[in-house]
Design a protein around this ligand. Structure first.
Ligand code: CP
Length: 374
């Protein structure tokens, strides 16, 4: 594994990484998982600080960040973004400079408002880079997108790693039929970034991806274009349907999850900018009322019966009883936990390729020293 081209990289969208570079990252993640499972330690980054800021709730990604940092010998620190001076108007560049001077890697989740999260991450990265350059500080401080308004790259890469394992190898996703479907949720208007990340990534690896959603639940144009481009380049395909059954017919894997109606997700940009809490609450109420018109968009045994014995995927947490029936979730509860578990290795791989010089060689030496640990 030659990881040298990945040294110093940040991960803000998978789209910015070549397919070859993503494949290298996934190979590193798979090797780190293998070593971890046979008890080989990988403390490449001892005494370094892995700092993460979350502007939204998280169970899996927070613990995956902490687990990845600990396995690399780093100290993880995770803060609630709203408790920082960002909420008092500190600029993202200033935040980046401050965190970059003190930490050795930065994770950010900022996913709730369209147009904000990915732009924030780019400004943070600029703040870090400008500070380090101005002070002749040669440290590498990568920024890892832990979910924004456009992409959730550590999730989609974890999903791909799991699908590769499930289907039987790095090339096995090519030719498989994947249904990324909207599903009903009464809980909250969820971000668009998971389906956007999934369709724009899996199409690049030769999958035949069908995106299903009711009218009005379109994704953003840019990741839709990435998915079409990815399919054209890989020999996969990408199509959209407004019929959940249609997407499920013959699918090898299904990913039914909710997201918010695009017009209302767009409407809340201005309301959030104005700090208008009443308008935000009204938009949320209307989004849930809109969702409620599509209660029949649920992953149940009848729909799974239309598939090619499909694997059920979900980024979690799922709305059980709305997005998926309790019986289906119970049948796949270990599978979705194994899917979630891949994220710790994706984040480990991301931090390691960005920060450890000649990582491929170091991993090979570790594996050799561990002898028969295969
Ligand atoms: N799938 C996912 O990102 O989970 P969390 O929101 O719990 O991190």
């Amino acid at each position: 594994m030659d990881t040298d081209a990945l040294f110093g990289r940040s991960l803000l969208t998978t789209h910015e990484w070549s397919t070859a570079d993503l494949s290298t990252l996934l190979a590193v993640a798979a090797e780190l998982e293998r070593l971890d499972r046979v008890g080989v330690r990988t403390p490449f980054l001892q005494h370094e600080l892995a700092y993460a800021m979350f502007f939204d709730n998280s169970t899996r990604t927070k613990s995956a960040w902490a687990g990845a940092a600990a396995r690399l010998g780093m100290q993880p620190v995770i803060v609630d973004g709203s408790s920082t001076q960002v909420s008092h108007g500190e600029t993202a560049e200033e935040t980046g400079a401050m965190l970059g001077m003190n930490a050795h890697a930065l994770g950010v989740r900022h996913d709730l408002i369209l147009g904000e999260g990915n732009a924030f991450m780019r400004d943070v990265l600029r703040g870090i880079s400008d500070y380090l350059a101005a002070t002749d500080d040669e440290r590498v401080v990568p920024v890892v997108n832990l979910q924004c308004d456009i992409d959730h790259p550590t999730q989609s890469l974890a999903d791909l790693l799991w699908l590769r394992e499930h289907f039987g190898g790095p090339d096995a996703v090519a030719g498989k039929r994947i249904a990324m479907s909207w599903a009903y949720s009464p809980s909250y208007a969820k971000p668009l970034s998971v389906p956007q990340g999934v369709v724009s990534l899996l199409t690049r690896f030769g999958a035949h991806v069908t995106l299903a959603h009711p009218e009005g639940y379109d994704l953003l144009p840019e990741p839709m274009a990435w998915a079409a481009e990815g399919a054209a380049a890989s020999g996969g395909s990408f199509r959209v349907t407004h019929d959940m059954d249609d997407a499920f017919v013959g699918a090898d894997a299904v990913y039914p999850k909710s997201w918010g109606p695009l017009a209302l997700m767009t409407e809340r940009v201005a309301a959030n900018m104005a700090g208008d809490k009443a308008a935000m609450a009204d938009i949320e109420r209307r989004a849930l009322a809109t969702n409620a018109a599509h209660r029949d968009w649920i992953c149940d045994e009848r729909r799974l019966g239309l598939t090619n014995d499909a694997m059920y995927l979900h980024c979690l947490p799922a709305d059980i009883g709305a997005e998926v029936t309790p019986g289906v979730m119970d049948r796949f509860k270990v599978a979705v936990a194994r899917e979630a578990n891949k994220k710790v290795y994706v984040i480990m791989a991301m931090l390691a390729v960005a920060k450890v010089p000649h990582l491929g060689q170091q991993l090979a030496e570790l594996a050799d020293r561990a002898g028969g640990a295969r």
